[in-house]
Design a protein around this ligand. Sequence first.
Ligand SMILES: Cc1cc2nc3c(=O)[nH]c(=O)nc-3n(C[C@H](O)[C@H](O)[C@H](O)COP(=O)(O)OP(=O)(O)OC[C@H]3O[C@@H](n4cnc5c(N)ncnc54)[C@H](O)[C@@H]3O)c2cc1C
Ligand code: SF4
Length: 342
Amino acid sequence: MILPTYSCYSYNNRIREQSSSGGVFYSLAERVLAQGGIVYGVVMSEDCYRAEYSRARTLSEIKRMMGSKYIQAYLGNTLKNVKKDLEEKNEVLFTGTPCQVNGLKNYLQKDYTNLVCVDVVCHGVPSRQLWEKYVRYCEKKYKHKIKDVNFRCKDVGWKNFGLKRTDLNNKKIFISKDLDPYMSLFLKNYSLRPSCYNCKAKNNKKADLTIGDFWGIERIEPELNDGKGVSLVIIRTDKGEKIFQDIEHFFRVAKVNYLDAIKDNSAENESVIMPPERNSFYKDINLDFNNLIKKYLPKLRYMIVRKKVKNMILNISIKCAGGGVNNVNFNYGLLFVLLKED
Ligand SMILES: Cc1cc2nc3c(=O)[nH]c(=O)nc-3n(C[C@H](O)[C@H](O)[C@H](O)COP(=O)(O)OP(=O)(O)OC[C@H]3O[C@@H](n4cnc5c(N)ncnc54)[C@H](O)[C@@H]3O)c2cc1C
Ligand code: SF4
């Protein structure tokens, strides 16, 4: 099916910085709140041990919902509360993965004109147990509780995103997605829930609007590709079209062809393939996190050390070049060898 599709990013750089992609979620939520409505979305719990649904009536509550949390979110009484809000004639925006949106629609058993549903293009969600294990591992290693986490930190760019933690002592630690063990297990597809390898929701989406990352933007609309994040917006219903029109003026927007837009984003309509390691990984999930890393990410420690050495040599080379020291050629030579191996 060919659907109306857009690439866009928010003109507001602060919103874009805090969002995973181009900031569409924030503007949708702002529009619903401005009309007295209620927004349901996913936040991290206070202790950061889990991702959970939350109900927002103010912009400050929306801020906690911003950014993708790569964990299965805890629903609690959310479906019941959404129904109550709808029955009381409140306008409701519900956001989540396609299976969560479809789950809500099945629960409600009827259409509500005051409900707008937005789903995300979904790679899949890792187990909650693994995330909790990872948090405890970090707390032990760095001797501080975690108070905030950004899974899609754009400090070194949207495509080179990394996981940034803020510890209770306010120390911020950024680890690139390729070097962080939790993100590596996620991106290698070892840690996803069983249903994500054969996702029934992807080809039966019941949301009004789908939002995602516009991977491949450099191919289609190169002038939008400034490294700060671009959203993919797919309109599925008239209600979706209407709400997107209401917020469109906050964005730099280009209409694109649906099939062209999803060429580099198979998660829109295809499940990931289960790697051979997935079954044994889940059998081993009770292992200590360090042992999981040793067994399933054997090259990670080597990659981290190499990255540190590379940075050290780069720093020394820059200092030597600045001071005109003779061994600068030696350092550049070593750096060249290390970079060549990537
Ligand atoms: C688990 C997961 C996998 C994803 N995989 C892909 C992918 O493969 N390709 C792609 O293009 N985009 C993917 N996305 C979507 C993308 O990362 C952005 O969430 C989306 O583009 C919206 O970005 P934004 O800039 O508009 O706003 P943001 O502020 O980044 O959006 C936040 C929105 O995400 C919701 N959300 C956050 N965490 C969760 C969660 N754990 N469960 C349910 N909803 C959540 C919030 O409720 C809110 O609605 C994924 C998102 C999630 C949560
Ligand atoms: S991949 Fe499918 S089953 Fe897994 S979280 Fe996403 S929508 Fe749900």
